[in-house]
Design a protein around this ligand. Sequence first.
Ligand code: DGL
Length: 245
Amino acid sequence: MIGVFDSGIGGLSVLRAIRTRSPQADIVYFGDTKNAPYGNKSEEEVKKLSIENIQRLFSEGATEIVSACNSISIALDAPLLSTLSLSEHNFIEMVEPTVSAIKERKERSILLCATNVTIHSGMYQRSFAGLGKQVVTLPMPELVKYIESGKDKEDIKTLLHSYFKTVDLSKHELILLGCTHYPLVLDLFEEVLEELHASVLVYNPSAAVAAEVAIKFNCEGGGKTTLLFSKETEQTKKTQKSLFI
Ligand code: DGL
């Protein structure tokens, strides 16, 4: 069984893509809504929480793990993965499949929208450095909180406007949604960019991660999805409904 986890509801955007790509896969999802957001926590804190999340998925019967959370990618280094009996054969995170997919694309100037911890980790910047792509970063520190707490559409759009005001959008060809929560409000990103008359592609990496899962993991099963959260909230219920029912 495949286990997918995130700090909260964001990883459901990845789960949705895996479900679409591999309808027969049996998947258990764990969202740590009690501790979300992770994006402003220290590397030590996210490391500890990630270990707990992975152990929780193992205890639910998962044997292959997807970390649907960019913010913890830096914390999950090879020694840590090995103590959890994880390796490239049974573990997939966000950064590597995302970079591989964008590498093949023609756009060269990338605006990376992500949490503070993802941007400070420098993982995307380092990965793109040798590929002839330029990366400018745009932290969106409050956005996950807005999404997790179910802020309304207009509040989220106002927040997005305040972030985009700080960059020159005409300089970028592709906006990379470097946080799995952001595709849940992809329509609002697109509305705001249209209001700003910016013609820039918004890239959601979920499909690239789902493609990697389809290649590497056992996706044959009964197509069962189990959704677990450390805290049920109005938003967990609403998002499950809108994505899967
Ligand atoms: N959805 C996560 C990510 O991709 C976590 C965001 C957060 O908890 O701040 O980074």
